[in-house]
Write a protein that binds this ligand. Structure first.
Ligand code: ADP
Length: 467
């Protein structure tokens, strides 16, 4: 399906009249964590592709596993336990690979496939991620896994940027041979294969720059810089962070940074985002976002000490459930007035985003920008609270296709990266995000103190609700 999609895409671009000879470099992104198992002999096939045929026809017999594992699979719990035991525990594994063991992470998927489908596993000569698989098609050879997408496997040591021996051995014998050597995300892997030159008219000087995962590519597309934080306020809330000194934890994921090899990035997911805001809107402000916004306008920063933690469904970060409201003396209370409840929800959500970001090594620095996207980023009052909690200006950006855009920026950067030119110099002419709100003068004083209280109260909720 993926190969056929590429055939269709390129045929459409050709019919639309794109002059492929003008493309100097290309890169791409793939859904994180998925894997492709190339059958023995596939590398020879890749090197001699007949430009008169579709890739789909040519590669029919090139895969030892036809139903590739993707991120949605969560059936490898046993392999996760085995990996964590081998690494010396969940936290130790997170310190090495940037994340504790997750079912969808590629290493655990590989371990499961080896155990449950040994014949197909034996028949593989190479394992790619979705990203490096797509790069391999353009390269006509196996493409390296890049450091950034490689960080989503529970196999890469994110500090040495080499495969972790402990993790490899716990996953499958001689796995390093199947994975190849990982490379920096900015690497030029080589020229596009003659198949694309002859079939589509690419120039034979067109470079293939390492492909990466969709989340790292999105970070590049947003041009996130040191100190910046991107907050996506969709159905769930997702936070992207630029990290200089990561402190991997049991929650969240730390990846090598796709645009600066010395830096890192982190991802945090919060399940109780817009749907919880909608519930409180319906209960407290008659289903109106205008009234919801008015409640935020009419209540003071810090909410006179009231704090709320709202986990309508089991939260990911942190793993807690239930609604917990506190007054200014840390006493749990059963209800708050509607206006106070609205502010307690929004402040609580953003304090949590900041707390868990800082636990992974994030810090607010002079010049920090908060980039907001997603449905709720149209609400200025919500963004004002976000700005106040982070004591930083909030900008909005259009995130549609940020992964594709990031891939294009990275291709451009790949052409000059070896000469030491930084990513941001290459993309400085791109459109700037739009400034929406700036923090209130008292914000830092209010929320620095409140964050410490929030951390204590969250810990208390976790202790009290732990099964
Ligand atoms: P996703 O892409 O995750 O499905 P979106 O980014 O499209 O979600 O965001 C949808 C959410 O945006 C809705 O659930 C809704 O609660 C929220 N939303 C839309 N308009 C507003 C608004 N004015 N204020 C607050 N939230 C809003």
């Amino acid at each position: 399906m993926w190969v056929k999609a590429l055939d269709l895409l390129l045929d459409k671009m050709k019919r639309a009249g794109l002059d492929f000879s003008r493309v100097r470099a290309l890169s791409g992104s793939g859904q994180q964590h998925g894997s492709v198992f190339w059958r023995k002999g596939a590398s020879e096939t890749l090197k001699q592709l007949d430009p008169d045929q579709d890739l789909n026809q040519l590669l029919q017999d090139s895969f030892s596993v036809s139903d590739c594992p993707v991120w949605m699979d969560s059936s490898s719990t046993q392999q996760c336990h085995e990996l964590q035991a081998a690494a010396g525990g969940a936290l130790r594994l997170a310190e090495i690979t940037g994340s504790r063991a997750y079912e969808r992470f590629t290493g655990n998927q590989i371990a499961k496939l080896r155990q449950t489908r040994p014949n197909e596993f034996q028949d593989a000569e190479r394992i790619s991620l979705v990203s490096s698989f797509a790069a391999s098609l353009f390269l006509g050879d196996y493409a390296a896994i890049d450091f950034s997408d490689g960080s989503g496997m529970n196999l890469l040591d994110i500090r040495t940027r080499t495969w972790s021996k402990i993790c490899l051995e716990a996953t499958a014998p001689h796995l390093d041979r199947l994975l190849g050597t990982p490379l920096p995300s900015t690497s030029v892997l080589g020229p596009v294969s003659s198949y694309f030159v002859q079939r589509y008219g690419f120039s034979d000087g067109c470079r293939v720059v390492a492909f990466t995962g969709d989340n790292p590519a999105s970070l590049a597309g947003m041009r996130l810089q040191q100190g910046d934080i991107a907050v996506s306020l969709g159905t769930s809330d997702t936070v992207f962070l630029w990290l200089q000194q990561p402190r991997p934890a049991l929650e969240g994921h730390v990846f090598c940074n796709p645009v600066d090899w010395q830096a890192y990035m982190a991802l945090l997911c919060f399940k109780n985002g817009s749907l919880t805001r909608e519930r409180i809107r319906n209960e407290c402000t008659e289903g109106s976002w205008e009234h919801f916004s008015a409640s935020l306008r009419d209540t003071p920063l810090g909410n006179n000490g009231h704090i709320g933690l709202y986990f309508d469904t089991m939260e990911i970060t942190p793993p807690a459930v239930g609604v917990h409201r506190f007054d200014g003396d840390d006493n749990e209370v059963s209800s708050l007035s509607p206006q106070v409840e609205v502010r307690a929800l929004v402040e609580g959500q953003f304090l949590s985003r900041r707390l868990h970001g800082e636990r992974l090594g994030y810090s607010i620095i002079p010049g920090t920008r908060v980039l907001a996207t997603g449905g709720a980023s149209s609400n200025k009052e919500i963004l004002q609270v976000l700005s106040d909690v982070f004591n930083a200006p909030v900008y909005t950006i259009d995130l549609s296709n940020s992964t594709c855009l990031g891939a294009a920026y990275r291709a451009l950067h790949g052409l000059v990266a070896e000469t030491g030119v930084c990513f941001f110099d290459v993309v400085k002419k791109a459109p700037e995000p739009q400034l929406i709100v700036t923090p209130h003068p008292t914000a830092q004083e209010v929320y620095d103190t409140m964050l410490r209280r929030f951390a204590r109260l969250e810990e208390r909720v976790l202790q009290e609700t732990r099964p």
